[in-house]
Design a binder for this molecule. Structure first.
Ligand SMILES: Cc1cc2nc3c(=O)[nH]c(=O)nc-3n(C[C@H](O)[C@H](O)[C@H](O)COP(=O)(O)OP(=O)(O)OC[C@H]3O[C@@H](n4cnc5c(N)ncnc54)[C@H](O)[C@@H]3O)c2cc1C
Length: 419
């Protein structure tokens, strides 16, 4: 044996001179799982304090009791029960970052990060609380009038009103400036006409923030945002779209036909829609990135456990070097991503996260998650293709993250502009 010649006597060396670790017991595996579940990667995480750690415990219990037991039924139904939203509201998990005077908790965005991580870890792809709490509510809080905030935010925090945001159209996704939905001023009202698609929470939503052109020739200054309530005449929901994954999430088409919107329902100034959307995008992309790294970590833990228990050619799958190295490689990459994401969470909490850095976080973490999930499905063999295995569901549930929230190619455009 080369090197220092010092070798621990407790562990025999294999042919490469690397001491063999004893096979972990199931108790060790469980502890390992819990350690990762409690969101500590190999490098200790420093972004959270004790309050966040305690909060994580309560979130986990809530999800185990109030969400997970019903999720399969919601997947069959294609929609989450409204009662789940009310339960989340009672638990104080909706609109947490909104000031207390509007029904929130006034806490920092790390609490949102914890909630998203735990939802990802438990594979609960149905409830899109983050669209409601971390996208729509901050729009209203940042740009709404006092009347809009008092009217909408408290019932949103209680889960009595569910919110969605509608930007994408059949002919305008990555190229949002190509949107054709228009809002034409008519006295004290706007008249809204157009169509949106792929809208998360689309069936459940009682309130939709709709992007529409108020000046079709105005380019990026010609778009405004409107708060459109479910009951407005001329506002119709289309199909609850049948998707590859996230089957419990209601993703829908929305149609607007001569919908009359009072002036007081315009959010922010006329023509400022693009500015508002761009301002919030860094955080919106972080929501996707946070979910992705937690999802990758979880898939690796589950797959390592599966590989330890699955015997193949007389030994555990994990003991075949190809698989060990595959998992080791992915863990190394996930650990690197974890540090980057945590640094971004720190910056976003201070309101200092740059849009290009958020684009890097979104692109790299979603690509990594999908690479990891593909390898994890493969390592499960046929079981990886079976719905009953979490890794199967995670694979299809996670695929949208490379497309939505700005496609990863749009992220490359943003990153390229930094040169
Ligand atoms: C599950 C899910 C939930 C969604 N939720 C919402 C929601 O709540 N609200 C909402 O408004 N929208 C939502 N979307 C829509 C999402 O934001 C759009 O799908 C996304 O922006 C891409 O737009 P598109 O589908 O029109 O694809 P397109 O714009 O047609 O793009 C097609 C593909 O072209 C490639 N591409 C993009 N830009 C470039 C480029 N510059 N150069 C080369 N190639 C490029 C990418 O691979 C892209 O995926 C959701 C989508 C999904 C799948």
């Amino acid at each position: 044996m080369s090197g220092t010649g010092v070798r621990p006597t407790s562990a025999p060396a294999n042919s490469q001179g690397i001491p063999d670790e004893p096979s972990p017991s199931s108790g060790q595996l469980r502890r390992e799982r819990l350690r990762l579940m409690s969101s500590q990667s190999l490098l200790p995480r420093t972004v959270f304090d004790e309050d966040h750690v305690a909060f994580r415990e309560s979130v986990r219990r809530f999800l185990e009791l109030e969400i997970a037991p019903y999720h399969a039924r919601w997947e069959e139904a294609g929609i989450v029960d409204r009662e789940a939203w009310a339960a989340a509201g009672r638990q104080g998990l909706l609109c947490m970052t909104i000031p207390e005077q509007y029904g929130g908790l006034g806490v920092d965005r790390r609490y949102s990060a914890v909630l998203i991580e735990e939802i990802a870890r438990q594979g609960l792809s149905g409830p899109f609380f983050h669209v409601h709490s971390d996208i729509v509510a901050p729009y209203i809080d940042s740009y709404g009038t006092e009347a809009q905030k008092s009217r909408w935010l408290p019932p949103m925090a209680r889960g009595e009103i569910i919110a969605a945001i509608a930007m994408t159209e059949p002919g305008a996704g990555s190229d949002l400036q190509a949107m054709r939905t228009v809002a034409v001023r008519d006295g004290d009202e706007y008249v809204l006409n157009g169509q949106k698609t792929y809208i998360s929470n689309g069936q459940l939503a009682d309130l939709v923030v709709v992007a529409a052109k108020t000046d079709p020739a105005g380019g990026s200054r010609g778009v405004s945002l409107f708060l459109v309530e479910r009951e407005r005449v001329g506002f119709e929901r289309g199909r609850n779209l049948k998707k590859m994954g996230s089957h419990a999430q209601d993703t829908s088409e929305l149609f607007f036909s001569d919908v009359r919107i009072p002036m007081e329902n315009r959010l922010g100034d006329e023509g400022h829609g693009f500015y508002m959307m761009m301002k919030e995008l860094a955080w919106e992309r972080m929501l996707v990135a946070i979910r992705a790294v937690a999802g990758a970590e979880q898939a690796l833990v589950e797959t390592a456990e599966y590989a330890r228990n699955r015997m193949l050619f007389g030994k555990p799958l994990f003991d075949h070097q190809y698989n060990r190295f595959k998992l080791a490689e992915l863990r190394a990459q996930t650990e690197m991503a974890r540090v980057f994401i945590d640094r971004c969470i720190e910056l976003v909490t201070r309101g200092e996260l740059d849009a290009a850095v958020a684009a890097i976080a979104k692109k790299q973490s979603t690509d990594l998650m999908m690479r990891a999930l593909d390898d994890c499905v493969q390592m499960h063999g046929g079981a990886g293709y079976m719905w009953e295995y979490p890794v199967c569901r995670a694979f299809v549930d996670g695929r949208y993250t490379r497309i939505a929230g700005g496609s990863n190619e749009t992220m490359l455009e943003l990153i390229a502009r930094t040169f």
